[in-house]
Design a protein around this ligand. Structure first.
Ligand SMILES: C[S@@+](CC[C@H](N)C(=O)[O-])C[C@H]1O[C@@H](n2cnc3c(N)ncnc32)[C@H](O)[C@@H]1O
Length: 311
């Protein structure tokens, strides 16, 4: 039957619903078009951005200990794999038979998977484009036994704690009783260190935050003018999280297919939370998600932690 209603893509519905809220918000997954993924890769190399290099140092120092607790020839399922860089190190530690990087940034993921295949020709690499906020269905695609879910980079901090517990539970359900989860978690620390990590001197984080608006312009046909917005990031003590926002520099009206919104100067769109945990608090989330035999490694400054938990 012919219809006059426009077809609304689920992403468009989600974005417009976020922009129409009070206060407005954009889910952080919309940072990640190919340009956003490339900007995030640059962030990981910034002097102020300690999480990536601190996590790497923990893997370097304690990797053998971790590897002894993970069965050889596992299937590694990496959540939010990005450039798959951490898989190179993990592969040399535990020699998995199969590696399944999952990410929402499709083109970037496929390029990264190809680079990994080139570097490790005997590794079976099977990229999956999926949204971690939904159920992850790997049936038929991936061996069911000896699975390791790997979730580095403290991306778990981008979820509200209840949603993080939900994602951990769904990850545990992928593990079929004999698997484990290895997850990197950013810890609470001095505010100046946190602040600098999300307000770098080269403004790469600002460009990353603003790029969400360019991505939205393509996804919902909006007319955000990036020059009218500025990056704003701060540590919210009460919620133990870094918040990222985009703040309007002028009064402006933004239109998109089928709607519009007026923003006053100084009004903010909330784009990301990054929760910072205490070790006991995060162990509690893993416990709540049904994991057991929880082990944790950290760096000498206790800035970051890597947890291994069994299903
Ligand atoms: C903070 S980056 C971390 C990248 C890499 N794992 C690391 O540790 O450097 C987050 C990654 O998760 C992906 N991502 C974000 N939200 C997602 C979602 N809802 N579903 C799937 N992937 C998502 C992004 O595309 C990005 O590659």
């Amino acid at each position: 039957m012919p219809t006059d209603s426009p077809v609304v893509h689920p992403a468009q519905e989600e974005i417009v619903s976020g922009l129409s809220r009070e206060p407005p918000m954009i889910p952080p997954k919309y940072f990640y078009d190919s340009h956003g993924s490339m900007l995030f890769e640059r962030i990981t190399r910034l002097p102020e951005y300690y999480p990536t290099r601190t996590e790497r140092s923990i893997m370097g120092t304690h990797g053998r200990d971790m590897a002894q607790r993970i069965p050889a020839e596992s299937t590694v399922i990496e959540l939010g794999a990005g450039n798959c860089e951490k898989a190179h190190e993990l592969c040399s530690l535990i020699r998995p038979a199969c590696y399944v990087p999952i990410d929402i940034s499709a083109d970037f993921l496929h390029d990264a998977a190809q680079a990994l295949r080139d570097a490790h020709p005997t590794l079976d690499v099977r990229p999956v484009v999926a949204d971690l906020a939904a159920d992850i269905d790997l049936d038929g695609e991936v061996p069911a036994e000896r699975r390791l879910v790997f979730y580095p980079g403290s991306s778990i901090g981008n979820f509200e704690p209840d949603d993080a517990a939900g994602l951990l539970s769904r990850s545990r359900r992928l593990l079929d009783g004999d698997g484990a989860m290895l997850v990197g978690v950013d810890l609470v620390k001095e505010e100046s260190v946190l602040h600098a990590a999300y307000n770098d001197a080269e403004n790469v984080t600002a460009a990353f935050n603003l790029n969400a608006l360019a991505h939205l312009n393509r996804l919902i046909g909006s007319n955000f003018d990036l020059r009218e917005w500025r990056h704003h990031a701060f540590f919210n003590h009460a919620r133990s999280r870094i918040e990222m926002h985009l703040e309007a520099l002028v009064d402006t009206t933004v239109a998109w297919m089928g709607g519009e919104r007026r923003f006053r100067r100084g009004e903010r769109i909330h784009t990301e939370n990054s929760y910072k945990y205490g070790i006991e608090d995060f162990a509690g989330l893993l416990d709540r998600a049904g994991f057991s035999s929880i082990v944790c490694w950290t760096d000498p400054r206790r800035w970051f932690a890597v947890f291994l938990a069994h299903a």
